[in-house]
Design a protein around this ligand. Sequence first.
Ligand SMILES: [Zn+2]
Length: 95
Amino acid sequence: MQTLLLASGDHASNDTGSLILLVLFALVLYGAACAIWPFRSCRTCGGSGRFRSPSGRAWRYCRRCNGTGAKLRLGRRILTYLANTRDRGTRGHRD
Ligand SMILES: [Zn+2]
């Protein structure tokens, strides 16, 4: 039995095909990650959303992220874009 299994896995495998599969798999994982964790921390303020004055008593909101400290990830923006185009396709009929 075991020799049969080993022999069946011994074909000359298509390297390009497996590479594409691997990339697709990584993309699916990235898409799932962007669906679950849509935000990354803002680079300007490091995710804190505000800047402290040198005195340490005053602070202001980060203008880049409007004080949220979060930026939408690129993958999430692509997902939203895809969802919007799909919506337009199914609900495109208007009177
Ligand atoms: Zn920020």
